[in-house]
Design a protein around this ligand. Structure first.
Ligand code: NAD
Ligand code: DAU
Length: 358
């Protein structure tokens, strides 16, 4: 059986990926995660006792630890999810983003290179370093601009996207200079189970169900492309298996929506599920708040490369995916409670200027 070193596997996308890989026992997974506020071992509780899964708490920037794990477990690939991932927190305090996303990725990459260089020829040719990145590296689109392609120039606008762009460049350079078999994926906004409720969709679901304001930045007409997290994970497995080393793959849902549309859809579904709630219509909870500084207006992804070359297509429509997502948050109150810690409440109060929002 193959062994992969997954980093950041206790976060939102990483945990969905690890659960998927272990559900079909496709690969042994070593999960290296620092367990920042965004990492949660409850995400992986169902793997307790699974002999094909190992959890290690630590940082991708800890070279000694990374080296030890590579030597001990001899993985045939690394999938790097580990990152600081929230744009608003990067505006509030960019330093952790530089440390983890840039410096941390560099250390991981450099240890991967040394390990890979010493592998026997056959294993060397099969090894892959998959770096999970974002569409935000391409910057912001005007309403009539064509969607981002893999050859769209990078123009990151936030400290978060700039740090991800820097890490992408390092990964690209390690392929070009040393021949490390790297793959980079640039994906649009994910949603689904286990997403930390600082991000738009889970924040709105949880606030609406408890009758709290639904804070929409600016005029609410910023556009994002949305993809159900399991579709992203399937794309990552495919890129890992069939992607061409040195290449980038854009991943998206062909599902552009304004933030206002997203929030109104959540409200309508909650009105249906809870017709007797005192908060019906949930839309009345919508509150327009100060805009995010430097807020990108529109993202859109042209994913024809991964569709044509690797045969990937998303399975979930937004209409089905958002219902599954809402249901997951309603069915998992212990999870919700576990992430709404003191740190979370402090963040909400700092970001929205009061205790009432989150
Ligand atoms: P997340 O914030 O939910 O999870 C990040 C995980 O990384 C957490 O478990 C955290 O504990 C861990 N981590 C942080 N610093 C670490 C370090 N130094 N060493 C080891 N682990 C560390 O993020 P997510 O939404 O799951 O995103 C995962 C990756 O996918 C990120 O690289 C992000 O940039 C990228 N991405 C996310 C989206 C999205 O919509 N969420 C879209 C495209 C790309
Ligand atoms: O595009 C991919 C990116 O998507 C990933 O790389 C990031 O890791 C991920 O966090 C996400 O970034 P966004 O900034 O797009 O996600 P967020 O959920 O924070 O915001 C989505 C949109 O909703 C954005 O236009 C800002 C807006 N928003 C967000 C929050 C939290 C609001 O209007 N109100 C809010 O309270």
């Amino acid at each position: 059986m193959k062994t992969y070193l997954v980093t950041g596997g206790a976060g939102f996308i990483g945990s969905n990926f690890v659960l998927r890989e272990r559900s079909n026992a496709k690969a042994r997974i070593i999960n290296l995660d620092l367990l920042t506020y965004a990492g949660n071992l409850m995400n992986l509780q169902s793997l307790d006792g699974d002999k094909g899964y190992v959890f290690v708490r630590g940082s991708i920037g800890d070279r000694k630890l990374v080296r030890k794990l590579l030597d001990e477990y001899r993985p045939c690939g690394i999938i790097n999810f580990a990152a600081e991932s929230h744009v608003d927190r990067s505006i509030d305090g960019p330093e952790d983003f530089i440390q983890t996303n840039v410096v941390g990725t560099f250390h991981l990459l450099d240890e991967a290179r040394h390990y890979w260089e010493a592998l026997p020829e056959r294993e060397k040719s099969q090894f892959r370093f998959l770096h999970v990145s974002t569409d935000e590296v391409y910057g912001s689109l005007e309403p009539d601009d064509p969607p981002f392609r893999e050859d769209t120039p990078y123009a990151p606008n936030s400290p978060y996207s700039a740090s991800k762009a820097a890490s992408d460049h390092l990964v690209r350079a390690y392929h070009h200079t040393y021949g490390l078999p790297t793959l980079i994926t640039n994906c649009s906004n994910n949603y689904g189970p286990r997403q930390f409720p600082e991000k738009l969709i889970p924040l709105m679901i949880l606030n609406a169900t408890s009758g709290k304001p639904l804070p929409i930045y600016g005029d609410g007409l910023n556009i994002r492309d949305w993809l159900y997290v399991e579709d992203h994970c399937e794309a990552l497995s495919l890129v890992l298996e069939k992607g061409k080393p040195g290449e980038m793959y854009n991943i998206g849902g062909r599902c552009e929506k304004t933030n206002l549309e997203i929030v109104k859809t959540i409200c309508t579904i909650l009105d249906e599920i809870f017709p007797d709630s005192p908060h019906v219509p949930h839309e009345s909870l919508i509150t327009f708040v100060k805009d995010r500084p430097g807020h990108d207006r529109r993202y859109a992804i042209d994913c024809s490369k991964i569709e044509n070359e690797l045969g990937w297509k998303p399975k979930e429509s937004f209409e089905t995916g958002i219902r599954k997502t809402i249901q997951w948050y309603l069915d998992n109150p212990e999870w919700v409670e576990s992430v709404q810690t003191g740190e979370y409440r402090e963040w909400i109060s700092r970001q929205y200027g009061g205790e009432s929002i989150g």
